[in-house]
Design a protein around this ligand. Structure first.
Ligand code: ZN
Ligand code: ZN
Length: 504
């Protein structure tokens, strides 16, 4: 059994992969497979990663101790701790596993220190805080993607440019938030605030798809050369009011096909973001527009299909650039924009009023193209002498119905009604008599024999005695003959509610 000729020790903040590659480099073993083979080990990539993400297993440490001829217990526990930090994984976050499966480096750091920092391999970092430049996953000279080989510690294996020969990288401003995170991850790596990471991960996902309403969480970050650029944009979305102003302006351009639904739908990606953040950030919360006109191209946001889930990918949608994804909504996002309950929003889309994307028929993650609503709304102009009903109308708390249900019936032409030009799907118009018939019909369906005392008292927020009094002065009627347990007549109930809410 041959030991390594050169036997280094791991350095502070050196990644485990980086340490293995450094041993390899010092002993002229360049491929990671060669290094692992030399250790008589099987490579054990971490689950869910395509790249080489060696887990610091007991087996590989025993092999390292033999070949390096020194005890590594102290180092092993540090590597192991770092691989099991509780904040590296969280199911409640938009990016569940923060570890990247592909190499990303600061070329200046590598040429100066000769090591790889473990924090470069985390989804939430964008910059090297020492050199204030973006971390790179491709060769700055020939642009080829970096690979896990120990020549990574010297230079590019393709164009053979060594990192020390490169000009200094382009400066890129690192935000205070990122700098703070770097410090927290270094000294007290167990002490990173979960709510901070939650917001950063949300911002990253939004930076990847800035004009979409549907934001999907990812298990692992897909391999992407521009990862650092997008993460830098994410920090800027959190803290910079002018970046947010530029984003909002671009939403108006890129989502203008939804103008007919109103501003809320056009600006929805922007509004969604601020409502989902846990903390208060200066960027999205300070709405002050910049004084000078922003140049559109200077701040033009790019987007990437890599952050669209497989279940949502569609060749037909992609054939026309990426723009078609922007107009998709799911039930939950739709509910959020209109301030509807999830149940009401589900009712809105019943009976295939819009075709659901990729035939996902029953779940709340059904997706629809909002542009399709245009034709439907325009076909149903608001009828004469009608009243406008909004989702917060009190009838929806008095009757076992939802606003979505009513709107759905209007769209399907089962109830004579329509929509306004300006408020679109936000309200429905219908004649009070039509509404009354529909409400009675709904009550007859669910309570054919009239409303029980229990339901009536609950709907009117009153006592049994009050119901008796309302019947005594003819405001309500009993259904049928006087039973042991009296029931309220549906029609009288309906008329009473509509009168007291001033609808009839
Ligand atoms: Zn650096
Ligand atoms: Zn190169």
């Amino acid at each position: 059994m041959r030991r390594f000729a050169v036997r280094p020790e791991p350095l502070e903040n050196e990644s485990f992969n980086g340490f293995l590659l450094r041993i390899g480099k010092l002993n002229c073993l360049f491929k990671h497979s060669e290094i692992v083979k030399y250790l008589d080990c099987e490579p054990t990539p971490a689950p869910g990663h395509y790249g080489w993400l060696e887990t610091p297993s007991k087996q590989i440490f025993r092999a390292l101790e033999r070949k390096l001829e020194k005890p590594l217990d102290k180092h092993r526990s540090r590597f192991k701790e770092r691989a099991q930090l509780r904040w590296l994984f969280s199911k409640s976050r938009m990016i569940i596993d923060l570890r990247l499966g592909f190499p990303r480096i600061c070329t200046t750091c590598v040429s100066e220190h000769g090591t790889l920092d473990w924090r470069w391999g985390l989804a939430v970092t964008a910059h090297c805080p020492e050199h204030e430049c973006l971390l790179t996953s491709n060769c700055p000279k020939c642009d080829k993607e970096l690979k896990w080989t120990s020549s990574l510690l010297i230079g590019c294996p393709y164009c053979e440019k060594s990192w020390s020969e490169l000009d200094s990288p382009q400066p890129s401003e690192i935000s205070k938030t990122e700098r703070q995170l770097w410090e927290d991850m270094g000294t007290m790596s167990n002490d990173v605030d979960e709510s901070l990471l939650q917001d950063i991960c949300l911002a990253i996902i939004v930076a990847m798809r800035p004009f979409d309403l549907v934001c999907e969480s990812v298990r692992n970050c897909p391999k992407m050369m521009e990862h650092s650029r997008y993460v830098a944009r994410a920090y800027s979305l959190l803290v910079s009011p002018s970046t947010n102003a530029a984003w909002l302006k671009q939403c108006h351009g890129k989502r203008r096909e939804l103008n007919f639904l109103g501003q809320e739908f056009v600006e929805a990606p922007y509004n969604n973001f601020s409502s989902l953040l846990v903390r208060k950030w200066r960027g999205p919360n300070e709405q002050a527009l910049p004084t000078k006109e922003l140049s559109f191209t200077e701040h033009a946001f790019s987007e990437t299909t890599q952050y669209i889930s497989q279940s949502r990918r569609d060749k037909a949608l992609e054939s026309d650039g990426q723009s078609n994804y922007r107009f998709q909504t799911n039930v939950v996002s739709f509910a959020r924009i209109l301030g509807l309950s999830k149940e009401s929003a589900q009712d809105y889309f019943r009976w295939d009023v819009l075709e659901s994307h990729k035939n996902v028929k029953y779940s709340t993650s059904r997706r629809f193209d909002l542009r399709e609503l245009k034709g439907i709304i325009q076909k149903r102009p608001s009828p004469a002498n009608s009243i406008e009903i909004f989702p917060d109308n009190p009838i929806f708390s008095r009757f076992p119905i939802t606003f979505g249900q009513l709107a759905n019936e209007v769209m399907l032409n089962r109830v004579a009604g329509g929509f306004s030009d300006t408020r679109g799907v936000r309200s429905v118009f219908l004649h009070p008599k039509v509404l009354k018939e529909w409400l009675i019909d709904q009550l007859n369906r669910t309570n054919a024999k009239g409303l029980s005392m229990q339901l009536a008292t609950k709907a009117l927020h009153c006592s049994r005695e009050s119901i008796h009094n309302l019947v005594a002065d003819n405001s309500l009627k009993w259904e049928g003959a006087n039973h042991f347990e009296p029931r309220v007549d549906n029609q009288s109930f309906c008329e009473y509610v509509m009168h007291s809410e001033r609808i009839l």
